[in-house]
Design a protein around this ligand. Sequence first.
Ligand SMILES: [Ca+2]
Ligand SMILES: [Ca+2]
Ligand SMILES: [Ca+2]
Ligand SMILES: [Ca+2]
Length: 420
Amino acid sequence: MKRPFSLALGVVFFATCTVNAAESNSVSFSVVEVYGLENTGEATVSIVRSGSGEDECSVGFRTIPETALPGLDYTAVSGRVDFAVGQFLVSRVITLIPDTIPEPSKTFCVVLEPISNCYVTGVASNIIVIQDAQTIETMPQSFDSGLPLGWTITTNANPNGCWRFDDPGGWGNNTGGQGAVAIADSDYYDEGIMDTELRTLPFSVASTALTYLVFKTDYVSWDVDVADVDLSISGGGGPWINLWRRQSVDYPGPVSELIDLTPLAKGQSNVVVRFHYYDADDDFYWQIDDVAILVEPDSNTNGLPDWWETTYYGGLTNLTSKGDSDGDGACDEAEFIAGTSPCDTGVCFRVERFIHSNATVAVHFPTAMGHFYDLQSSTNLMEGSWTTRVARIRGMGGGTNISLSSPGANGYYRLDVRRW
Ligand SMILES: [Ca+2]
Ligand SMILES: [Ca+2]
Ligand SMILES: [Ca+2]
Ligand SMILES: [Ca+2]
């Protein structure tokens, strides 16, 4: 087979060589990882073909979810790429779906599969990393190298019953994380009471940011064993404030947790979080993975993050969280939490229709993408608490209905909205 080479001098000559089909139409991604910022709304993957390029060829590509999910974090794609004769590079844009949720980086995959006249060699799978638009991830810990530097394990019972990173019971990582996992395994230990703490290194919580703890987890209970996440603002000596607890009821992974540290720890310089597993006696286990601190900058410390002020006002403002810029009855902080515009009198978080009978209670309301809604009721506005009747309806933008059949006794109803 002959093919022309063009030299810098402009002299064209012919070389003779043998190229098999695999070399001629080897298709691959150009890199292993692609980074996409959530709020740019897209990530671009590049597919390259090596060889002579003298034939047409086609390769299929499709997305596969990991921690990022189709319809929530990106738009699923399943398609084909056709290389024309002489074409060596094709790029495809994948749509990312922005939200206003503070969250760690998430990933999904794109894979290549041969369709016609080509071989997939080299990098057949692309990892797309979606970087959060609201927060900066700090201190991420995957436990893949065991106990992170500066972290400590303590035991308040037999020291053999402690947090480990080698999964001695062979449960696998059921948190949604990859690779090694931190596990307190009472089932494996099986030598009496287990009481062990895994403590972060001391860290500072900025006064100019909203700050969150995130982790992935899997808790399998037997009896009364307790899984606590506690916080100290005075280092490892405590006192400890409980942030999160699971006890006696399975909380199966994969599940990602997010806890707002701001109210307790803002401006503190000696903060420690501990994962404390105790009252366990040949019970099952608690796993955690991918612990990180997310920082959502709030430079002017008005409780309204920088990205939010920039989104609606083009930069930092002199707004106060309790002010009501558009005079619609919802203060700016409420608009921030509900994901509504603080500059649009026509839009805020409110019930638009309420239908009630002995058989049904139904509320209709506008939602914001990625926010979560609960319908709650109470029989008494003066005392007693609110009971969640319908939990964690995820907003997708646009209006939605929550219906409750058999609502029971007469009562009062309210909607609760949260960012995550
Ligand atoms: Ca986000
Ligand atoms: Ca891990
Ligand atoms: Ca601010
Ligand atoms: Ca308002």
